[in-house]
Design a protein around this ligand. Structure first.
Ligand code: PEP
Ligand code: MN
Length: 339
């Protein structure tokens, strides 16, 4: 891939000239219009792109290869942060996005009760799994489409957009009918057929980090989604495997500033799976916002001891409400805002 950096004064005609040249030569084009100048990404086998010829074209300032293995996901390619609306909120802007809800949708009343409590506490987006990736085939697998229907009902009542996991390509169309955001779970981060399907869907995606994945591998997975023309991708740090066993996972706080440097995509922190114990969720939520995360996703359950999954790491609604108050203070301290 090459990036054509246009002069700040380049005209519309000059920009279209580059796009036409690239398309005539069989390349895909990705436009990124910044506040100062336009960057035109030319996607394809760049061994055959004639850099000198491009550099001589009208309105071009410079032509630069993208050296990183991830291209569309890289900040080189798109210096400005990616931002997009979900409901009344803008992910990737100066506001911190709060997603909350139970690990699993367990019943109609459970999801509605939890949604109302989360909304009241200040959450923006409702989470809840209907298709659950469980480590054991004997554990609760989720309510399936019935769970999606209850989520849609909870959205109807509270006005909160919903995020839910999709585990297989064949179910992407069904989950898209209900969900505002598709979640790709840690165990499926490198499920390329699934990445292809969610990329094609053009639905917003939250891509969780695989539990033993490098940041570079994770960004390559985001690249799969982006390469299908889906630009609305968020990256979610949810903790990684280390030698430490006291917590379920080790939340990699480093990933937040590293991703912010390498990529323009919004970064969401999951302190619930990142720690596995509700007592630590508050600290890691606050640390994530201070470190530059664009949002958080937190498990909340009205009666964690009765939860079908992840009760140990779920906050009760009262604690979650207090945490939202603290999040506001931290956000303000780092020049962000919780609305
Ligand atoms: C979840 O969000 O409940 C979940 C299964 O997360 P992860 O894929 O990060 O384990
Ligand atoms: Mn969970």
């Amino acid at each position: 891939m090459m990036i054509v950096i246009m002069q700040p004064t380049a005209s519309m005609q000059e920009k279209s000239g580059i796009v036409a040249w690239a398309e005539d030569h069989g390349y895909k084009v990705h436009l990124s219009s910044g506040s100062e100048r336009t960057l035109i990404g030319i996607i394809g086998d760049d061994r055959y792109i004639n850099r000198e010829q491009l550099e001589r074209m009208a309105g071009v300032e410079r032509v630069m290869p993208v050296l990183k293995p991830f291209k569309i996901a890289s900040r080189e390619f798109k210096p400005e942060n990616t931002r997009f609306a979900v409901g009344d909120h803008v992910v990737g802007s100066d506001e911190i996005i709060i997603m909350a809800g139970p690990c699993s949708v367990e019943s109609r009343s459970q999801i509605i009760e939890t949604a109302q409590a989360c909304k009241e506490a200040g959450a923006h987006i409702l989470r809840g799994g209907a298709f659950k990736p469980r480590s054991s085939p004997y554990s609760f697998q989720g309510l399936g489409e019935e769970g999606l229907q209850y989520l849609a009902e909870a959205r109807e009542i509270t006005g909160m957009p919903i995020i839910t996991e999709v585990m297989e390509p064949a179910l992407v169309p069904l989950v898209c009918q209900y969900a505002d955001i598709l979640q790709i779970g840690a165990r499926n981060m490198q499920n390329y057929a699934l990445l292809h399907a969610v990329g094609e869907s053009q639905h917003p995606v939250l891509l969780k980090r695989g539990m033993s994945s490098l940041i570079e591998e994770w960004l390559m997975c985001a690249e799969y989604i982006l390469s299908h023309g889906n630009t609305r991708v968020m990256l979610c740090e949810r903790g990684i495997r280390t030698f430490e066993r006291y917590t379920r996972n080790t939340f990699d706080i480093n990933a937040i500033p590293v991703l912010k440097e390498l990529s323009h995509l919004p970064v969401i922190a999951d302190p619930s799976h990142g720690t596995g114990k509700w007592e630590y969720v508050e600290s890691i939520t606050k640390a994530s916002i201070a470190a530059g995360a664009d949002g958080v996703i937190i498990e909340v359950h009205p009666r964690p001891e009765e939860a079908s999954s992840d009760g140990r790491q779920s906050l009760k609604p009262e604690r979650f409400a207090n945490l939202v108050r603290d999040m506001k203070a931290i956000a303000t301290a780092v020049g962000r805002d919780v609305r």
